[in-house]
Design a protein around this ligand. Structure first.
Ligand code: ATP
Length: 490
């Protein structure tokens, strides 16, 4: 529907769009992204007929743009420019009426009933109908933006060109506008070409995205392919992370601010450890990114503080989360920011050990009781609930930067080392009599400071994985030996 063939746009001798060739399909939501000055607006202006390329050709619906009469082009294509115009002394109704100009036959011909219907519909679609008698100057920036969109819609175009349409709009109006554009593209085959600065909005709404840099095409593809971390970092010159959107299959881009000037002490040395029979409490002035199955703060979360709380074997609360928050509150600990686990195991037996000087910097905490030890392969034979709670809680703090996949590998490494330690300590499932692989209520946390060396993987083949495995294995054995000694078993 729109074809650009070797299009070059210049200001004086400066090329701002450089030999660009592309096709935009009917009914497509097409995004243009790129840094400031990369030529997005210039390309949009050229497609809208507002700038004439010095080279190449733009074809709209099989006809060269240069062959269109201006009224015919205005019926086909409407533009929402970047800067709000300053025709402030017009009423909103009059501004939107201008959108009907291409349909008027003579100078003095008034509005037809149909024109009025189209204007009313455009005002309603953009939620500006209530402003129809107001002057443009009486509206806010975002309301004016929506009136100008209504004017573009009043042209009843097949193609809508929008330059940063969400500028000035609050979150709900941004979403409303983009949802409406997407809906019109899908239901009315409206072709939407939008310059967008917000990469996540572009990722969520566009069928395809053109990434421009210095007037050249860097990529033109679906959001999944264009939103490639390295490519965006090169073009925008910033550090960023790509994640997956939690509920739709679109990439999400998050930016990484320049790091705070790092304290001379390592993140592990900055952990203050407060240990008593009632709890093991670690806190830091620095936040750690943790993946855990904790009672409070489970999943991936950032935390300043960590609590491993001892509870009695007969602990029972209808709502352990609320009970846990109350406990923290009563002890002057901020519940919002504190990862919290519980264990019936005695904390006197717990091990807190640190890696050696030549290994990756890691701190491990393990508390363990094994009265409810279980062999996972026999667990289906057990009753759902046993009152004897032991629980092995394992914390691993890693001084380094880990991608999320490495957290999962670290989790496997911890589990493997734990199972081997239980095996070598001869811990058995009291019901089946077979060797235990854990207890029935174990919990685990992997935390990384996200500063320091980058560890792409954390399986047992890697130096960081080897050290995690060694510390967890040794710490687990020591803790279990303390437990056995106190219980008087060998
Ligand atoms: N009227 C003009 N005269 C001369 N140079 C211009 C003019 N308008 C834009 N330019 C230059 O052309 C280049 C491309 O500008 P353009 O507005 O197309 O970029 P953009 O990608 O839309 O940028 P932004 O994200 O800042 O809106 C820039 O270097 C800009 O300075």
């Amino acid at each position: 529907m729109i074809t650009c063939q070797n299009v070059t746009v210049q200001y004086g001798s400066m090329k701002v769009v450089d030999e660009l060739s592309l096709e935009i399909k009917k009914g497509e939501f097409f995004g243009i992204i790129g840094p400031n000055g990369s030529g997005k607006t210039s390309l949009l202006k050229a497609i809208g007929g507002g700038m004439i390329p010095v080279n190449g050709e733009i074809i709209v619906d099989g006809k060269s743009l240069s062959m269109y009469r201006s009224k015919d082009l205005a019926k086909k294509l409407a533009v929402l420019p970047q800067d709000s115009e300053t025709a402030f002394s017009y009423s909103v109704w009059d501004v939107v009426s201008l959108g009907r100009y291409p349909y008027q036959k003579g100078w003095l011909q008034g509005m037809t009933k149909q024109d009025e219907q189209v204007i009313t519909e455009a005002l309603k679609q953009t939620e500006t109908y209530q402003f129809r008698d107001k002057l443009l100057q009486q509206l806010s920036g975002g309301e004016r933006q929506r009136v100008l969109l209504a004017r573009a819609l009043a042209q009843e175009p097949d193609i809508l060109l929008l330059d940063e349409p969400t500028n000035h709009l609050d979150l709900s109006h941004q979403m409303n506008l983009l949802n409406a554009l997407k809906h019109w593209a899908q239901t009315r085959q409206l072709t939407v070409v939008a310059v967008l600065h917000d990469l996540n909005m572009a990722s969520l709404y566009c069928d395809r995205i053109l990434l421009l840099d210095k007037g050249k095409m860097i990529a033109l593809d679906s959001p999944t392919h264009v939103m490639e971390e390295g490519q965006l970092e090169r073009v925008y010159g910033v550090s960023l992370n790509r994640k997956e959107h939690p509920s739709v299959p679109s990439p999400l881009i998050t930016f990484i601010p320049e790091r705070e000037r790092e304290n001379q002490l390592s993140a592990i040395d900055r952990l203050i450890i407060d240990r008593s029979p009632e709890r093991i409490y670690m806190k830091s002035d620095k936040k750690w990114k943790a993946l855990s199955s904790a009672v409070l703060g489970a999943g991936f979360r950032w935390h300043h503080a960590f609590v491993n709380r001892h509870v009695n074997k007969d602990y029972l609360a209808d709502d352990p989360v609320t009970e846990c928050k109350t406990y923290l509150h009563e002890n002057g600990i901020d519940a919002n920011d504190t990862l919290t686990m519980m264990t019936a195991a005695r904390l006197e037996d717990a091990s807190i050990i640190r890696s050696g000087p030549d290994a990756p910097a890691i701190l491990v905490m393990i508390s363990a009781g094994t009265s409810n030890a279980v062999d996972a392969s026999m667990a289906y034979k057990l009753a759902d609930w046993k009152t004897t709670v032991g629980t092995i809680n394992t914390w691993v703090f890693i001084e380094g930067e880990l991608p999320e996949a490495a957290y999962v590998q670290a989790l496997m490494t911890v589990t493997e080392a734990k199972v081997k330690a239980l095996h070598d300590e001869g811990i058995r499932d009291p019901v089946s009599g077979t060797l235990a692989t854990g207890t029935s209520t174990d919990s685990v946390m992997i935390a990384s400071a996200q500063t320091g060396p980058y560890y792409e993987y954390a399986g047992t083949i890697t130096p960081v994985g080897k050290e995690i495995a060694r510390l967890v294995y040794e710490g687990m054995r020591t803790t279990i030996q303390h437990y056995k000694k106190r219980m008087g078993v060998s």
